[in-house]
Write a protein that binds this ligand. Structure first.
Ligand SMILES: Nc1ncnc2c1ncn2[C@@H]1O[C@H](COP(=O)(O)OP(=O)(O)OP(=O)(O)O)[C@@H](O)[C@H]1O
Length: 259
């Protein structure tokens, strides 16, 4: 059976897409789902950094070039999540046979309940190609006008390519007056907002440790928002724990805490 393949794209760079995909993947795996994270972001091996993984010499590109087996490009990450580094530069994609890429993506799709694809930001060739890899699209954006306009472009292109937009994740939400509201964003993008992830200093801390936030600090507000979305996607009922009080968080930061 083929699992769901969802491509995560943002249009604008730096919206927190990679962090979100990595944590969502781990959260789905914690809910017992088989998850493959496909890093189609060529600028850096971002996904593996957020997950604290090193040494990923074989990429999807090597498989496409016929120089490695698919199983050699699959790495095990936290909570049993599987990661496939893309290494898909434009030059490399051009050299690869498109039918081989499609066949490979189908093969990967059969190996998991969810294949989450981290697409590169921007609207260049590689980003557009990544949109084609998934059947569904989730936009990861910030509640600012510049991010939303780029997200809209991405969504329109995805639709033209036959990739179904599921909705948008609003990341780094601060609820400041200058931010667009959920309703405004839904009206512009014409898709539902699936999750609102707050601006949360714990996200950067977790990244610095190379441990996904949903493992490092599962009761932080942004981890809860991500787990809620994972439960929704997995069709699982999940009761979020009470978010930690700021006082408890200060104590934890000062004296450490059991994780
Ligand atoms: N909810 C959040 N609260 C605070 N910081 C965040 C949040 N989400 C992401 N960040 C931080 O924002 C920065 C950019 O995140 P990330 O690398 O995931 O973005 P990206 O959209 O994948 O970037 P690009 O597409 O340009 O590669 C990182 O430093 C990350 O720790």
């Amino acid at each position: 059976m083929e699992g769901r393949s969802i491509v995560f794209a943002s249009g604008k760079g730096g919206t927190g897409k990679t962090t979100t995909v990595a944590n969502l993947g781990v959260a789905l795996a914690q809910f017992g789902k088989e998850v493959i994270l496909l890093d189609a972001d060529i600028t850096m091996a971002n996904l593996s950094l957020v997950l604290g993984m090193e040494d990923i010499p074989i990429t999807l590109h090597d498989v496409l070039a016929g120089e490695a087996d698919l199983k050699d490009a699959i790495y095990e990450g936290p909570a049993g999540v599987k990661v496939i580094p893309g290494g898909l530069s434009l030059e490399k994609i051009k050299k690869a046979k498109p039918e081989k890429l499609r066949q490979l993506i189908r093969e990967i799709g059969q190996m998991a309940d969810f294949v989450l694809i981290d697409a590169p930001a921007g609207l260049e060739m590689t980003s557009v190609t990544a949109l084609l890899i998934g059947k569904e699209l989730i936009i990861v954006t910030n509640p600012e006008i510049s991010a939303i306009t780029d997200s809209l472009k991405t969504k329109l292109i995805a639709e033209k390519l036959g990739t179904l937009p599921l909705g948008a994740i609003l990341n780094r939400v601060t609820n400041e007056k200058t931010e667009l509201t959920q309703e405004e964003i839904e009206a512009i993008l014409e898709v539902p907002v699936l999750a609102m992830i707050p601006e949360d200093p714990e996200v950067k801390r977790a990244s610095a440790y190379g441990v996904p936030l949903v493992i490092k600090n599962p009761t932080s507000p942004s981890a809860i928002a991500i787990k809620q979305l994972a439960a929704k996607l997995a069709g699982i009922k999940w009761q979020a724990p009470e978010p930690e009080s700021p006082i408890k968080r200060v104590f934890k930061a000062l004296f450490g805490g059991k994780k």
